[in-house]
Design a protein around this ligand. Structure first.
Ligand SMILES: Nc1ncnc2c1ncn2[C@@H]1O[C@H](COP(=O)(O)OP(=O)(O)OP(=O)(O)O)[C@@H](O)[C@H]1O
Length: 249
């Protein structure tokens, strides 16, 4: 295991407002790190800087040792950084199966030999069902994505990110807008991804029980600054974190 993602003094200003302020972190490969902090702390802005939607005013982002600060979002995706975009990445008029198959196919090479083509097709189909199974959507394979419940759409989006062989998953509040019944299912999906052991996950989440249950480490942002970064038990005990949260509320 080593560091897969690193930020050095990452900073972004909107006019006079410093939304992310001098944040230096390291994320270990195959770990799950959560980002918590009160509303407006800079969590989503920090994700924008990692995925390339925003360029920093100052500081650098490194992925697997390579400086990616100036790369576009598309190039970062190709390198293995995938972000869930609150279901805007799915094709509503295709079935769940077709959505995931598109992602699987985009990672496969196509051969123009009839026999290998048939074999390849079966392999793509097998992989597609595997991803649907992992996100607990195999029973919905034939259903149009547009007809899914909100939580199911989020799971479909995660399946597509996994099928794209994303090494680093950026999940921004995966339970946002979900019904109470849907939340445990997304929790189960993230646990399954962790159990597979070959992805790194950065998770923004307000549900603190879920964060404590899932995280190897937690970083806390407050007014754009990194207030704490450590194991869940250290974060819970941290007095600055406690007062920031209580003060923030
Ligand atoms: N494009 C922008 N222009 C100006 N200010 C912005 C912009 N994007 C974010 N901000 C400000 O930066 C701060 C951080 O916002 P951000 O959305 O990152 O917080 P957050 O921690 O994700 O909050 P929440 O938990 O409510 O989603 C806020 O004060 C927000 O108003």
């Amino acid at each position: 295991m080593g560091t897969i993602l690193e930020t050095k003094q990452l900073t972004v200003c909107f006019g006079d407002h410093v939304a992310v302020d001098d944040v230096s972190i390291q994320v270990e490969q195959h770990q799950l790190k959560s980002i918590i902090g009160p509303n407006g702390a800079g969590k989503t802005t920090f994700f924008h800087l990692l995925s390339g939607q925003l360029k920093p005013t100052y500081g650098r982002v490194f992925f697997k040792g390579e400086d990616i600060t100036n790369l576009s979002p598309a190039l970062r995706t190709r390198k293995g950084i995938g972000r869930s975009f609150q279901i805007t990445n799915i094709f509503p008029h295709l079935t769940c199966f077709e959505n995931v198959r598109l992602a699987v196919q985009s990672k496969e090479k196509v051969y123009f030999n009839w026999f290998s083509h048939v074999k390849r097709f079966k392999e793509i189909e097998r992989k597609t069902y595997e991803w649907l199974e992992l996100v607990l959507l195999n029973h919905k394979a034939g259903e149009l994505a547009a007809h899914l419940a909100h939580g199911e759409k989020r799971k479909l989006e995660i399946a597509m990110l996994l099928a794209l062989e994303t090494e680093l998953l950026l999940l921004d509040e995966p339970t946002a807008g979900m019904s109470l019944e849907e939340v445990p299912k997304i929790l189960e999906v993230i646990k399954r991804i962790k159990e597979q052991g070959n992805r790194t996950v950065l998770l923004i989440e307000h549900k603190i029980d879920m964060v404590l249950d899932l995280s190897d480490t937690i970083m806390v942002l407050f007014n754009g600054r990194l207030l704490a970064d450590g194991k869940p038990e250290e974060i819970i005990e941290n007095e600055q974190v406690q007062s920031a949260y209580l003060g923030g509320m």
